[in-house]
Design a binder for this molecule. Sequence first.
Ligand SMILES: [Zn+2]
Length: 121
Amino acid sequence: MPNYSFTDPDLPDGSVINSGNFTQANPNTEIMVGKTLTINGGNFVNVKAQPGWTINGGNWVQVSRCSHLHPKLLEKGLITECPTECSHMINKDEIYIDGELMDTMYTYNDIVVKNGYDILR
Ligand SMILES: [Zn+2]
């Protein structure tokens, strides 16, 4: 299964895609713009469906990724750095000893922006 993740692959017009990894870092990323494609399967996480594509399958979930959970994507400049208390924060635990704040523990989750099922016909 070819891995085209985080790139804009130059596939020939009229290609039929049955599998492969086309995952992008951020929701609604446009790749292969202007191509006529038939997509029967594959990983299209965060890819924005284009008008010239016939889509019969695949994983089209759109996910907002937290830089606290994906340091490698951040390092590569693929996602932007989140503030400490970002929109992905689901819990904050303050640790007190003798009434003094010693530490703060944060819990983060990636956010599913769109489940992607509405892309499939
Ligand atoms: Zn975040």
